[in-house]
Ligand binder design. Structure first.
Ligand SMILES: Nc1ncnc2c1ncn2[C@@H]1O[C@H](COP(=O)(O)OP(=O)(O)OP(=O)(O)O)[C@@H](O)[C@H]1O
Length: 252
């Protein structure tokens, strides 16, 4: 589905990515793990076209992503969430989801957002999709709430819902469990399972919570200091000596 080949990227003298190669297969949930500063978010920012690597290639199906602009990535079928939730804080849950939907169908999201009462066929279809996602992620009761009034866990779920509304084939999740309590992590695991099983969306996630990773990931890749240290099943990667040393190194 997406093929990342030999990408490198430095910030000043700091090599954030150093020849990173991996691919994501259709239908899998691939977890990207590694200590702080390993380069995980930088990989996401390369795929999203926020950062340009100094070397390497990124292809999504037959498309060379590095030839595209950041605003063209959603239309391709790639959606993402952020480490720090990024939503329209003063809009309702429903409005945020409609904006998420329009990221896929139109580059002029503002038109859809401000003229939400229009009866165009695209608008009706968007609303059907949004209702489906509100049901799937248990958000119907919050649909008219203003996002800034919601607790952190609910906002995290709204951000996930916004990404799913774009009907991506590939969903990039940057730390879906961070800041959640154990009960909320369990809910998140259910929702991610539903997204994968009911909607067939392929997931690439950065996550520190190994409980969530062990439960969801079909495969795991460990990064440290901008390099791939290990890949395989979650158990194999956790047992890898180099991976263990990398985590101990940052804890020391
Ligand atoms: N915009 C930037 N400007 C300068 N340095 C950056 C920038 N983005 C990332 N870096 C550096 O690149 C390296 C990799 O950072 P990155 O955020 O990708 O790590 P990470 O694995 O996602 O870490 P964490 O788990 O803490 O989020 C770090 O040394 C970081 O300081």
């Amino acid at each position: 589905m997406i093929d990342i080949r030999d990408i490198s990227l430095s910030f000043g003298g700091n090599k954030a990515l150093d020849g990173v190669t991996f691919s994501v297969e259709p239908g899998e949930t691939l977890a990207l793990i590694g200590p702080n500063g390993a380069g995980k978010s930088t990989v996401f920012n390369v795929i999203s076209r926020f950062y340009r690597p100094s070397a390497g290639s990124v292809t999504f199906g037959d498309t060379d992503i590095l030839k595209l602009q950041a605003h063209q990535i959603a239309a391709l079928g790639i959606a993402r969430t952020f480490q720090n939730i990024e939503l329209f804080e003063n809009a309702t849950v429903l409005q945020n989801l409609l904006v998420g939907r329009s990221a896929r169908t139109s580059s002029n999201w503002a038109r859809e957002f401000f003229f939400a009462g229009s009866t165009r066929a695209g608008e009706r279809q968007a609303r059907r999709k949004v209702e489906e996602v509100l049901d799937l992620l248990d958000l119907q009761h919050l649909r008219s709430e203003i996002v800034r009034d919601l607790p952190y866990g609910a906002r995290k779920n709204v951000e996930l819902a916004r990404a799913v509304c774009a009907e991506p084939t590939l969903l990039l999740l940057d730390e879906p469990a961070s800041g959640l309590n154990p009960e909320e992590v369990a809910d998140m695991a259910f929702w991610l399972q539903d997204i994968r099983e009911e909607l067939g969306i392929t997931i690439l996630m950065v996550e520190h919570n190994m409980g969530l990773v062990a439960r969801l990931a079909t495969r795991c890749i460990a990064l440290a200091s901008g390099r791939v240290l290990a890949h395989g099943s979650v158990a194999e990667v956790q047992a890898d000596r180099e991976v263990q040393k990398a985590y101990l190194g940052t804890a020391a």
